[in-house]
Design a protein around this ligand. Structure first.
Ligand code: MCN
Ligand code: FES
Ligand code: FES
Length: 922
């Protein structure tokens, strides 16, 4: 320990710290300057960037002893306050650049050092700067961040006024469809938005810090757990095992399909007899500090009998594979598709057909904020769990029986959340926090490091899909056959649903009336399958959007026009036999056609001038439903207060902007009373409040939005006087009129899809998108980059323009990662953000063009659909189709790593040489 003088934000201060400790730790934990966020603790993400003597420094890898005694440190807390914001902070808010906000302070600090040196950077210079300083963002696709820096620079040069950056309400006071700023933006850009790890530092003194004892193998029997040495370690309060769990000690997946062969209670809270996957929690150590808890966790001895690990669907389906859950076959759910005529005769008389197999990877979510949470028992004896949950009511039902407490004694609240992209549709640590708080009787906190976060949270379920597609002489699709399996890891929660998604979306978008297919959900010992943005559809579209490209080629037609003539028409139904709610695909194709033609020309010109690199353009369409599948509903409540209104909604915020959305949905009706947006307060995601349903399936804008709209209408109706004016709060009270209104919205016409045929009407509303990327392939190395991305999108009426733009940019960036770099397969390799292939700024093009069609949806609030998942439905087959167009290499699996493309190039070259030889012999 050493007494160290630090100049922080212009003030000389003293700390007593370990010189070996890192600056981020000291700033956060000793000085409580939690605007310095820590996500990777490995110099990979830039979230912890602070300024030291004018340079951007990653504080997590800067030890205290490395700091010069004269070092002047600036943190986000030192560059602006809510009343006096730096131009970068205003620009960040104005462009919706703080989505989840976990990366925001780091980016702003990094950008400040650039603008302090150069007030006129080019966009490329800004991108290169962020890339060099390892600033990562998983939400925005980077483009809005560059826009923000350019605008801030213009303000600093005196060319723009800061107030001109701030989007305004329309003349009539409405904020619908504007770029109005989200209520949480000021806190996010000033570093005061307290994420779970920040909150952990602000918990009461007696809070116990938790560490997990986790499995280091993927499949084993537990023969014994010895906690004695750990219990004697310094600071340890308790070592908790399965024996301390009062309930069923299992998390239920709420299986809704009677055809599932398991009972849904296959995921232990704390493992008792068996390890099912790497990282499984075996015990929890509760201690006075995190360091003590982790040190003691290392001393828990677990005796194991290691079993063969089935790390893929291929392995788990092998005839000699043992049952991962004894008594339940590894292929535990089957889904059929039966639509229209028998397909076999149609294939026999087809003019052309293709038969391919595609494999979509175990894409990791790579949200930057590691999983974290807190729990305590409140003064009413209610166990209260704070976490990143994006389904507080859902998780309540999933974990309550396992904990063994009555439902009314459990409350879940969502913390400010640094991105989830769906992994938090599954409960992660909620039950562990609950068990620890109950068994110690003290408040607890648990914060994963990035390694735990990556290795022990759910992933996208890999799917292996065989698809056959046929067309007639006119190039019209006649039949499709599919056969697939989906590797869902060891836990069945929602496994049936993602298997059903293959039936719902493979071949979607086309007039395709005859389909036969069969798929299975397979248990393996790899990471458990959780929801991931566009849930299930990237697997489907990888198959059908490559197959249709190949069929077009067989028919000698342009892939764009071949698709165009096969799109949904007035008489079409979806693969599940549902009539599309709007017909927009032809218009989306018409809008983007000129861009496609320009792109083809650009690529031809580039290719004529270059021999070492080749460019190509691809196309794919993507569709996704808004809703949970079948019957679904949402509730909300609006209360009038002396100063305005409070909106209560279950709308969980991953970073997509639920606060602003709930405000906009309510204000659009409430504004009739003269209320301003800033007078409407929003309270979200608490099981004590209304059940909005989970923020998954791009459903919240439609479902929570409608429920809020209904509540607002009820409120306004109650406030309306006979003369058409509105009562005040005081008048409502004086007249004894209720002050709060509960709205509910139900998707009344939706029905479940059958397990045998997949036929049904699962979603009330769909989102539609067409993807046209341009790629450049290095013929020597196989290295591929996306140089431009154009997309046309219909997500109904736009509720907030900055939000929707941001959702699309961010989703496309994840699609680029999915196509080219991201994976979670090898536990030895894929365990950091960088090694899992997360795209840095240089990996995502700045040239992204979005063309909007706003077709109002009859059932959408103000005509809106959702948007979150549309951009990740099918950007990756579009990219693979572009790779083929560029260099003739067909890749059938993602990620299409350089070595895969290189192998294809070499094989093609071999084939070409062989062909030339054969010609010579003729
Ligand atoms: N929206 C809009 N106008 C429309 C449609 C939507 O302004 N016509 C806005 C909504 O008001 C909302 C956002 O777009 O702010 C997304 O709406 P919606 O598609 O209904 O999705 P949810 O609110 O239910 O959010 C979940 C969705 C999903 S399923 C994942 S996964 C996801 C996503 O959104 N994860 C995200 N977006 C994310 N964005 C960030 N930054 N971080 C994540 O983890
Ligand atoms: Fe420091 Fe990631 S670079 S937390
Ligand atoms: Fe950048 Fe979420 S806003 S990671």
């Amino acid at each position: 320990m050493k007494r160290i003088s630090l100049n922080v934000n212009g003030v000389e201060r003293w700390v007593v710290a370990d010189p070996k400790d890192n600056l981020a730790h000291v700033l956060r934990e000793q000085m409580l300057l939690t605007g310095c966020k820590v996500c990777c603790e490995d110099g990979q993400c830039g979230a912890c960037t602070v300024i030291v003597d004018g340079k951007p420094i990653r504080a997590c890898v800067t030890s205290m002893e490395k700091l010069a005694p004269t070092a002047r440190i600036t943190t986000i807390e030192g560059i602006g306050t809510p009343d006096s914001l730096h131009p970068l902070q205003v620009a960040w808010m104005a462009h919706g650049s703080a989505q989840c906000g976990i990366c925001t302070p780091g980016f702003i600090m990094s950008a400040k050092t650039l603008l302090d040196r150069n007030q006129s950077p080019t966009r490329e210079e800004v991108r290169a700067w962020f890339n060099r300083n390892r600033n990562l963002c998983r939400c925005t696709g980077y483009k809005p961040l560059i826009d923000s820096v350019m605008d801030a620079a213009a303000v600093m040069r005196g060319e723009k006024r800061i107030e001109d950056l701030v989007p305004r309400a329309k003349d009539d006071g409405s904020i619908l469809g504007t770029k109005y700023i989200r209520p949480s933006a000021v806190a996010k850009v000033t570093g005061t938005w307290d994420f779970g790890a920040d909150l952990a530092l602000r918990m009461p003194k007696d809070t116990l810090r938790l560490a997990l004892v986790q499995a280091k193998v993927s499949h084993a029997l537990i023969k014994g757990i010895d906690t004695s040495e750990a219990e004697a370690m310094p600071g340890v309060e308790k070592v908790i095992t399965w024996n301390d769990v009062k309930g069923k000690n299992a998390i239920t997946g709420l299986i809704t399909f009677p055809t599932n062969k398991g009972d849904g209670w296959d995921r232990p809270i704390l493992c008792k007899d068996k390890i099912f996957q790497y990282g499984d929690a075996i015990a929890i150590v509760a201690a006075d500090t995190e360091e003590h808890a982790r040190a003691a966790a290392d001393k828990v001895k677990v005796e194991l009998e290691v079993l063969p690990a089935y790390m893929s669907g291929f392995a788990a389906l092998a005839p000699d594979a043992m049952e991962i859950h004894p008594g339940v076959p590894n292929a535990y759910y089957e889904q059929g598709v039966v639509k229209g005529e028998e397909t076999k005769p149609l294939f026999e008389k087809a003019a052309a057909s293709v038969d391919i197999t595609t494999y979509c990877s175990r894409q990791p979510h790579l949200h930057l904020e590691p999983d974290c949470g807190e729990a305590f028992v409140d003064e009413d004896g209610v166990l209260t769990i704070l976490s990143k949950s994006i389904g507080v009511h859902l998780h309540h039902a999933m974990i309550c029986p396992g904990l063994g407490i009555p439902p009314e004694k459990l409350r879940l609240i969502q913390n400010p959340t640094g991105g989830t992209f769906g992994y938090k549709f599954s409960p992660t640590m909620e039950a562990l926090l609950g068990v620890a708080a109950l068994s110690t009787g003290k408040p607890v906190s648990l914060v994963y490091d990035q390694y735990q976060n990556i290795t022990y949270t759910g992933k996208r379920s890999p799917a292996n899909i065989n698809i056959k597609l046929a067309c007639d002489e006119a190039g019209k699709l006649t039949a499709m056959e599919t056969d697939w399996w989906l590797d869902h890891g060891p836990y069945s929660e929602f496994g049936d649903l993602v298997t059903l998604r293959q039936a719902q979306f493979t071949g979607a978008g086309y007039h395709l009336e005859n389909i036969r297919g069969r798929g299975r959900t397979v248990a393996t010992n790899h990471a458990w399958g959780s929801a991931f943005r566009a849930y299930g559809s990237p697997q489907s579209f990888l198959a059908s959007e490559i197959a249709i490209d190949m069929l077009a080629e067989k028919m000698g037609e342009d892939p764009f026009e071949f698709r165009y003539k096969n799109l949904y028409n007035e008489s079409s139904t979806t693969p599940t036999g549902q009539k599309p709610e709007v017909l927009v695909l032809p218009q989306l194709f018409d809008m983007i056609r000129p861009k496609y033609e320009e792109a083809k020309k650009r690529c031809e010109e580039f290719n004529a001038a270059n021999s070492e690199k080749k460019r190509g353009v691809g196309v794919a369409l993507g569709i996704y439903g808004c809703g949970l599948d079948g019957p679904d509903s949402s509730e909300a409540r609006i209360e009038i207060t002396p100063t305005g209104f409070t909106v209560y909604s279950g709308w969980e915020d991953h970073g997509q902007g639920a606060d602003l959305s709930a405000l906009t949905m309510a204000h659009e009706i409430l504004r009739k009373t003269g209320v301003k947006p800033e007078q409407v307060k929003v309270v979200l995601a608490d099981t004590k409040g209304p059940n909005g349903g989970p923020a998954g399936g791009s459903r919240s804008n439609v479902f929570c939005g409608n429920a809020i709209r209904v509540s607002a209408e009820m409120m306004v109706n109650a406030m309306r006087k006979e003369d058409g004016t509105y009562r005040t709060y005081e008048e409502m009270k004086a007249e004894n009129i209720p002050l709060a209104y509960d709205g509910k919205w139900v998707a009344a016409a939706c029905t479940d899809c059958s397990a045998e045929t997949a036929q049904g009407n699962p979603f009330p509303i769909y989102m539609y998108e067409v993807f046209v990327p341009e790629v450049e392939v290095d013929l020597e190395t196989g290295n591929t980059k996306v140089v431009k991305f154009t997309t046309s999108v219909d997500v109904g009426t736009i509720i907030n323009k900055a939000t929707v733009d941001g959702q699309i940019y961010g989703g496309l960036a994840q699609g680029i990662g999915l196509a080219l770099t991201e994976d979670f397969e090898d536990l030895e390799v894929h365990n950091t953000l960088r090694d899992c292939g997360i795209p840095y700024p240089k990996d995502v093009p700045d040239d992204i063009e979005i063309l909007y069609l706003e077709t109002p949806r009859p059932l959408g609030p103000y005509g809106a659909a959702g948007v979150g998942e549309a951009p990740l439905t099918a950007p990756h087959p579009a990219i693979l189709n572009a790779v083929y167009n560029a260099c003739g290499v067909r890749v059938f699996r993602v990620p299409a790593l350089p070595e895969v493309i290189k192998m294809g190039l070499e094989a093609n070259a071999g084939r070409t040489a062989e062909g030339a030889r054969q010609l010579e012999h003729q």
